[in-house]
Write a protein that binds this ligand. Structure first.
Ligand code: CU
Length: 354
């Protein structure tokens, strides 16, 4: 029924437009073509000015509407730089946009067709061409240079003290591997991948693998103020480690290890205070459409203080235990101490690096 009404409405609108067209044609003949043309011309000139004002008002309104839905402050220094770059780019292009649109619509109004005026013939001007090519080229080059500097920041060689963590995407979750006490990740081989007892294909001939901790719940734990280097990989298709709160993302490509490093500057608990949201979590979003479960491929980053991190790490068990046939038999797992400090929002202290 509603489909029928919609179709009828569309047909009616077309008939109305057609009839208006017909009516103005007759009016043209009755009132004299020139007079009607001059009137229409004036009306269009005024409407263009109205359109400019309405357009600008619309942009303002959209901005107001989404103001509260922006991401909170960036949680690392590189993120702050990216925000700065975004703001500068928006400001520069915004000013140019406003000026050019204003001139465009104002000129349409100001120089509307007039019998007492003939158009000025102005086919070419070298000086003008040079000015409006050079200035935007320089502005763009500067913006690109700032972007490259930020890009080199996150993809350059990480500081030696950085914690190296491996993050592997698979349909449809993130697997995260920590190097354990020896501070070194063991070798992997995709041919050894086995969903039952070797989800990352750890090579048990490499002793470095025996203390590696593997998390399948997508939790990336790191320490505030301490560099983290991510070794990013995929087990199947291309995924993408998206860290919106850190303004970072990097593709996870099967067969190629991509890297990214950053220094988290705000702990998860502090961010809960800053955002006034006791349920706040740093999100890992898969930024690459990777299959039908893509929407569910969500991980979390937990930024601890060093003490909290050590406490958490002490509760973790090496993946080799129970999975590597040659490894020592399972030691009694350390029971996590009743620890409510992560859930509790302590408004007295915001832990922030630098
Ligand atoms: Cu994915």
């Amino acid at each position: 029924m509603s489909v029928f009404i919609i179709i009828t409405l569309i047909v009616l609108v077309f008939i109305i437009i057609y009839q208006i067209g017909k009516a103005s044609e007759y009016a043209l003949i009755l009132r004299g073509e020139e007079k009607v043309r001059a009137q229409t011309n004036r009306a269009i000139a005024i409407l263009l000015l109205v359109m400019f004002v309405l357009g600008m008002w619309g942009i303002w309104e959209c901005n107001e509407m989404f103001k509260g839905q922006m991401l909170p402050v960036a949680a690392c220094k590189t993120g702050e730089n990216y925000d700065m770059m975004f703001n500068v780019t928006t400001l520069v292009t915004g000013i140019v946009f406003f000026l050019t649109q204003f001139i465009l619509f104002w000129f349409c109004f100001k120089f509307q067709s007039n019998d007492k005026r003939t158009a000025f013939y102005f086919p070419h001007n070298n000086k003008l061409e040079i000015i409006w090519t050079t200035i935007p080229a320089i502005a763009m080059a500067i913006l690109v240079a700032i972007g490259l500097r930020n890009w080199f920041d996150v993809t350059s060689v990480a500081p030696a003290e950085a914690t190296v963590v491996e993050i592997v995407g698979k349909q449809f979750n993130w697997i995260i591997r920590y190097p354990g006490k020896d501070n070194e990740l063991g070798k992997r081989d995709f041919r050894k991948i086995n969903d039952a007892n070797n989800i990352l294909g750890l090579d048990w001939n490499d002793p470095h693998n025996n203390d590696d901790v593997v998390l399948q719940n997508g939790e990336l734990h790191c320490v505030v103020g301490k560099p983290v280097k991510l070794l990013i990989n995929s087990r199947d298709v291309i995924h993408d480690v998206g860290l919106p709160h850190f303004r970072l993302k990097m593709d996870a490509v099967p067969g190629i290890t991509t890297t990214l490093w950053f220094i988290p500057s705000i702990t998860t608990d502090s961010m809960k205070i800053i955002t006034k949201n006791p349920n706040f979590v740093y999100e890992i979003a898969c930024d690459q459409l990777c299959g039908k479960g893509h929407y569910s491929m969500r991980g979390t980053v937990i930024v601890h203080t060093q003490a909290d991190y050590d406490k958490w790490m002490a509760t973790q068990q090496a993946y080799a235990i129970g999975n590597n046939p040659a490894a020592a038999p399972a030691a009694p797992a350390v029971q996590p101490a009743a620890d409510s400090s992560h859930a509790k929002v302590d408004s007295a202290k915001i832990v922030k690096a630098n």
